[in-house]
Write a protein that binds this ligand. Structure first.
Ligand code: SAH
Ligand code: TMP
Ligand code: ZN
Length: 406
């Protein structure tokens, strides 16, 4: 049995999604024959309650000079990170010359707010193309992977941080012990580490199995994270549920004893206990729900295709790679996937090789159905696509359940 990356105990591998390409590796036709595949497998550690991948892809294959995900593609995410930055500025930066560090700062979506106010900051971002976009916005960025060694370099150059921030990146880092250790040494005695990631409770409850892909080594709960931080004299002192990315949790971590933990932290742990998020049986049921979701989705797609309806994918998300490859949805079922990111347009989806087309192609010739891969931006999209719905267009969605929507 594989070993838990957090506590070393054995992990029960309860599901394989089969051979998978890299979720964000949108490719050209010439690259089809050399495409990289691995087996996407997932397991649960009953000892520390961490859900995790049991086969990992080298980080250099995932995060590099042509990383496909630019954070600033969504207006909603722009607004979300503006608010996040403002709440930090308001409550956590009382010292004379505060220093803010962000791990996985991407194109500067959050840090640019600190840069604009002249606050000392540093972004750590290993993917060169997105790091460059941040620097062009005036965001001080170092193009490296965050770990213990880099943390000590940062500490000697900048001193300790008032606030260390991270969004949708902690769950990407398999060597979390090094990160927790680095955070403990980089944070001022009364500093905070605030990070958010998709929340395990939402993933399980909504059968959002498309959150499972190569980059997401972990699926966090308050219970599993408390166990990790406890080993570094750190503790979770606050939690704030967020609606982004289909349901996320923001965690505030401080040195043990520095602040009194909010009662919501213990309450959430109790809730996780009663909701079965610490039980292996929950994950066996999760697997059955995933299989049902796949069967229900395929039934709709085949039925509508037999009626000669056109189906187009909406949003070439990294998450869609798991759905397309696990369900075996190819170009015979979906004409193309519409996406607003220019670097994805003209390429093909990983594994199933469905063409990615500019959004205008969707608008210029509305299909009968749009399969909503970007369901986490559903509200923003439904609002924007009123004209599509008004002329009879329908969305096929699969989270939290498979259905057709106007
Ligand atoms: N924080 C942004 C980006 C999330 S995508 C947002 O929420 O939208 C994850 C980012 O983390 C990518 O830009 C990736 O290059 C970066 N990343 C991956 N591993 C990392 C590591 N070990 N240290 C720092 N950044 C990392
Ligand atoms: P994400 O789910 O990982 O945030 O990625 C969203 C993808 O969906 C990204 O490639 C951009 C695309 N997208 C659209 O094409 N249209 C939209 O309206 C939105 C919000 C996203
Ligand atoms: Zn464990």
């Amino acid at each position: 049995m594989p070993e838990c990356l957090i506590c070393g105990s054995s992990v029960e591998e309860f599901m394989s999604f089969g051979q998978m390409p890299i979720a964000n590796a949108f490719l050209n036709q010439e690259e089809f024959s050399s495409e990289f595949f691995f087996e996407l497998r997932i397991g649960f550690c009953s000892r520390c309650a961490m859900l995790q991948l049991t086969e990992l892809v080298d980080r250099e294959k995932l995060f590099h000079e042509s990383y496909a995900y630019f954070s600033s593609i969504s207006l909603r995410m722009e607004a979300h990170f503006k608010q996040f930055a403002e709440s930090v500025m308001k409550t956590k930066l009382d010292s004379a010359d505060p220093f803010v560090l962000e791990i996985g700062s991407n194109d500067g979506i959050m840090l640019r707010h600190f840069a604009d106010r002249g606050i000392r900051h540093l972004g750590v971002e290993p993917s060169e193309n997105v790091a460059r976009a941040a620097m062009e916005k005036g965001v001080n960025t170092t193009c490296r992977f965050f770990d213990k060694d880099l943390a000590s370099e940062i500490r000697s150059e900048y001193g300790q941080a008032d606030a260390i921030l991270a969004a949708n990146v902690m769950c990407h880092i398999p060597y979390l012990h090094s990160v927790a250790d680095a955070v403990a040494s980089l944070m001022k005695p009364d500093g905070v580490f605030i990070f958010e990631d998709p929340y395990l409770g939402d993933i399980v409850e909504k059968t959002a199995y498309d959150q499972i892909y190569d980059e997401h080594a972990f699926y966090f709960s308050v219970s599993s994270l408390s166990n990790l931080f406890g080993q570094y004299d750190l503790e979770i002192v606050n939690i704030e549920p967020q609606s982004v990315h289909g349901g996320s949790m923001r965690y505030t971590v401080a040195r043990k004893g520095a602040v009194t933990a909010a009662s919501s932290v213990a309450r959430q742990k109790d809730r996780e206990h009663s909701n079965g998020l610490r039980d292996l049986a929950t994950f066996h049921q999760f697997k059955r729900n995933i299989e049902t979701s796949r069967d229900d989705l395929l039934k709709i797609l085949h039925r509508e295709k037999e009626e000669n309806r056109r189906i187009v994918g909406y949003g070439a998300t990294s998450k869609s790679t798991t759905v397309l490859n696990y369900c075996g949805i190819d170009n015979r079922l979906i004409d193309f996937i519409s996406d607003t990111t220019s670097t994805k347009q003209g390429k093909f989806s990983p594994g199933m090789h469905i063409p990615i087309r500019p959004y205008e192609e969707f608008v210029n010739d509305y299909p009968e159905y749009a399969l909503l891969f970007a369901w986490n931006h559903g509200q923003e999209i439904m609002e924007k696509e009123k004209p599509y719905s008004a002329q009879g267009g329908r969305f096929i969605v699969y989270v939290p359940s498979v259905k057709i929507m106007a």
